[in-house]
Design a binder for this molecule. Sequence first.
Ligand code: GLA
Length: 383
Amino acid sequence: MKNLKLFPHIPLTVLILTISLSAFSLDKGKGMKDLFKGKFYIGTAMNAWHITGKDTASIRIIKQQFNSITADNCMKSGPIQPEEGKFNFKLPDQFVEFGMQNQMFIVGHCLVWHSQAPKWFFVDEKGNDVSREVLISRMKNHIQTVVGRYKGKVNGWDVVNEAILDDGSWRQSKFYTIIGPDFVKLAFQFAHEADPDAELYYNDYSMALPGRREGVVKMVKELQKDGVRISGIGMQGHCSLDFPKIEEFEKSILAFASLGVKVMITEMDISALPSPKDSRGADVDSRVEYKNELNPYTKGLPEEVEKAHAKRYHEFFDLFLKHQDKISRVTLWGVQDGQSWKNNFPVPGRTDYPLLFDRNYQPKSFITSLLSGDKADKPKSDH
Ligand code: GLA
């Protein structure tokens, strides 16, 4: 490793990967999945156009670049059980089939989340909150039906999504207010019963914030004390050019890994746009009014911003490679910029550039520098 010091201007990602692999190129059919093999899975989220095969350009990229997939929406409780007892498995079945056919690590997302849950889940026929017992039984039925259907096929589940707030306290969701903090433990138990071999995760955003980090560590310790099986912690990784600090992100990787669970980056994207204050996380309920100054790059990214964006991706991937012994998967939240949720969050109607492929399905410089030995300024070491 001492040779690495000779090339301080070259990102560690490029150095490590170009030293260990000879010339890769997009044309030769090699992708990030080959580069990161033996280090961590590299994944993407699949939307309905991908799953149904309509977006053939994305499908080509997914097969070439990724070896793990997460369903972006179709497995959430709203879409999958829109009415009590009526399950809509059409897209989820196709999603799982795609993953199996392509030998991918398949992630089910997500079983228990306050958002995109159907209204009926929490209320009785008069519209009043259901009792604790009823909500537990609905949660059990939901989890066991969904996990049970894909037993032995889906490799890991985001069991609970976003239960903790920035200050480490509990989110006052219906699951929390009606069941109490035990809803997390119960959800993991129900999922484990339905598929004892599946990995089970807790997943959340803004995980680099000290308050949330500490809150999640505390919650996971409690689960472990109670003998609940939890395999990993997902750090969503919705980032921007200036948030969060890499050092804080690293502290969370270390804190979570020290619990003896796998750490994964589950929904990564890096917004290239100004992040309005107070909405830097990924709280789906936060919204900021559109203003032209918040949407400065409608005609394309200026070169210096493009460079800063690529550098930011390199810094994060340097960190992931540094901790590859703790990180089992890095998943990007989508394939190409035009389809990213970031174009409408937290400000609607913007033109953002958060992913690794542009609106024309072309790889960004981050990927080409990783995949092409030539462009990566290959060091003249004898490795
Ligand atoms: C959260 C959820 C994801 C997705 C994003 C927004 O991070 O976990 O499923 O809904 O918000 O796209």
